[in-house]
Every structure is written in structure tokens, then in C-alpha cells.
Design a protein around this ligand. Structure first.
Ligand code: PBG
Length: 297
């Protein structure tokens, strides 16, 4: 039995996720402590992430804590983890995924279809902007940043008619009753890794792998590996409106869907769909890379 320190951001969602991992590790008999910290991504709230440096902003401080030995593991929303981790770090496991869908929250309107002509919808994800535009070209899409509570507050203050955000975050924080509509992946294709949690460690801490193995979901690790391979192959950053979502079919093969939008919203959405055996990480990665090649054609 070990004593494990978890580095975590201090947003309510990050803390929930760290507490969740803490509880799972405690069930395995380990002693666990949390080390909370604020990251650059949490501090910069006035600019869109794609403009100030992207996903890495949320993980750098946590990696420093791992590097200096102040913490053993870092828990991340997999969606926020860069495709290629810095030298010396690795993704040790992927937990069973929560709902991967995007959700609509609105005080007055029951669904996207019921939003009035020209309604104001808040989101800062380029992927959501492009997919929303394809569904409802009449909407006025406005930037929306901040943690979950901030976003909901801005909605409740009347700055937007509706906002779109990940169902997983709302469910984790007990805010599921605010969801008016969950978009099926075929309607609004999720981001790579959405809804999944990843645990990062230092590559030289192989001692932690056995300890984390009981938390790993093989099915979701393979599915998200395929999704992340699409992003990597596309040079993925959050400045690119890219969606990638993999699901297991009843026949045991993995289906991946990917979509690439045009930031200006003028060119049509490019879409790709592929199905393959994906019994190991190399196969899952190859599937994602093949889907990316279809998008690049
Ligand atoms: N980019 C921020 C972020 N990172 C993870 C989640 C939600 C939880 C998840 O996808 O696991 C969110 C909020 C959102 O997109 O609405």
C-alpha cells in the first residue's frame, strides 16, 4: 500500500475529478492526499484559449509538481491533455468515460430546435461553433469562457439564450438537471477524449503503473487513443475545429467518426467514418490516423 499525492487544479470540476480518483485509490487500500494548484489556464479568463497557448496551459503547473516530486499523479480531463506530452511524462491510464456528449443548457428553451431565430448561444469551442453553425446558421454564437459555474452564471444573468458545454462536467457536479438536450454524437460530434479522465505520471515512475491498473478502462483507453490519434495526425490544437469520437460496435470493432470544420465557416464540414479491429493501442492509433488521412484528402 502506498501514499499517493494527486496534483489537481482547484476548479470545482477538477477537484471533483481528483476526489473521484482519490476515492478509487482508497478503495484499493492506498493513502491519498490532494495537492491543489492554480494554472495559467485558470487565470486567463478574458481571451479564448486558442489565442493564448491552448491545452498545455492547464497542465504545466501540475507537471512541475510531478517533476519536483511534490506529487505522484495528475488527474486531467483527457480533452484538455495535449496530444503529445512533454518529454518525461506519460499517460498512465484512462478511466471509464462519463457521457461524451455535448449538452444544451437554457433557462427558457427546451432544445436547439426551439431556440428562436437569431438566438444568442454561448460557447468558445471552435468545434462547437462550427457544428452549431451547420445545424442552425441563423444563431448568433458568442464567446463564453470560464469554469462551469462561471458559464452557468453568465447564462443566468441573461447574456445568452443558451449555452453548449460538455454533459460530463455538468453531471459530475450534480448539475444534470440543467441539461435541456444532449446532442447525439451524430448530431454534434464530440471532441477527442471528451468525458474521459486521464492520469499523468512521470515516465520514470513505472512503479505507479501496477497501482493504477485497476482504474484503467481498456475499452475507453482504446477508444480515446483512436480519437487522440486523429488530433495528433491533424496537428491538433484547440485552434482547429476538430471533432473525433470513437464507439465500440456490437460486433466488437471500433467505429471512429471525425469532422473538420473551416474556422471561417464558409467551406463545408469535412467528415470521415471508419471501422476496424482495435484490440490493442497500435491498432486503435492506426484507425485514428487513417480517419485523419481521409479528412486530409
Ligand atoms: N475545455 C474545458 C473542459 N474540459 C473538460 C470539460 C468537461 C468534462 C469532460 O469533457 O471530461 C470541460 C468543460 C466543457 O467542455 O464544457
Amino acid at each position: 500500500m502506498s501514499n499517493i499525492v494527486i496534483a489537481t487544479r482547484e476548479s470545482r470540476l477538477a477537484m471533483w475529478q481528483a476526489e473521484h480518483v482519490k476515492a478509487l485509490l482508497q478503495e484499493q487500500g492506498h493513502a491519498v492526499e490532494l495537492l491543489g494548484m492554480t494554472t495559467r489556464g485558470d487565470q486567463i479568463l478574458d481571451r479564448s484559449l486558442s489565442k493564448v497557448g491552448g491545452k498545455g496551459l492547464f497542465v504545466k503547473e501540475l507537471e512541475l509538481a510531478l517533476e519536483e516530486g511534490r506529487a505522484d499523479i495528475a488527474v486531467h480531463s483527457l480533452k484538455d491533455v495535449p496530444m503529445d506530452l512533454p518529454e518525461g511524462f506519460m499517460l498512465a491510464c484512462v478511466l471509464e468515460r462519463e457521457d461524451p456528449r455535448d449538452a444544451l443548457v437554457s433557462p427558457r428553451h427546451a432544445s436547439l430546435a426551439e431556440l428562436p431565430q437569431g438566438a444568442v448561444v454561448g460557447t468558445s469551442s471552435l468545434r462547437r461553433v462550427v457544428l452549431l453553425r451547420a445545424l442552425r446558421p441563423d444563431l448568433r454564437i458568442e464567446p463564453l469562457r470560464g469554469n462551469l459555474d462561471t458559464r452557468l452564471r453568465k447564462l443566468d444573468e441573461g447574456q445568452y439564450d443558451a449555452i453548449v458545454l460538455a454533459a460530463a462536467g455538468l453531471k459530475r457536479l450534480g448539475l444534470e438537471d440543467r441539461i435541456r438536450e444532449c446532442f447525439e454524437p451524430d448530431t454534434m460530434l464530440p471532441a477527442a477524449g471528451q468525458g474521459a479522465l486521464g492520469i499523468e505520471i512521470r515516465s520514470d515512475r513505472a512503479d505507479l503503473l501496477a497501482l493504477l491498473a485497476p482504474l484503467d478502462s481498456r475499452a475507453d483507453a482504446l477508444a480515446t487513443a483512436a480519437e487522440r490519434a486523429v488530433s495528433r495526425a491533424m496537428g491538433g490544437s484547440c485552434s482547429m475545429p476538430l471533432a473525433a469520437h470513437a464507439r465500440w460496435q456490437p460486433d466488437g470493432r471500433l467505429r471512429i467518426d471525425a469532422a473538420l470544420g473551416d474556422p471561417e465557416g464558409t467551406a463545408p464540414l469535412l467528415q470521415a467514418q471508419l471501422v476496424a479491429e482495435a484490440g490493442d493501442p497500435a491498432q486503435a492509433t492506426a484507425l485514428g490516423e487513417a480517419a485523419a488521412r481521409l479528412l486530409q484528402k
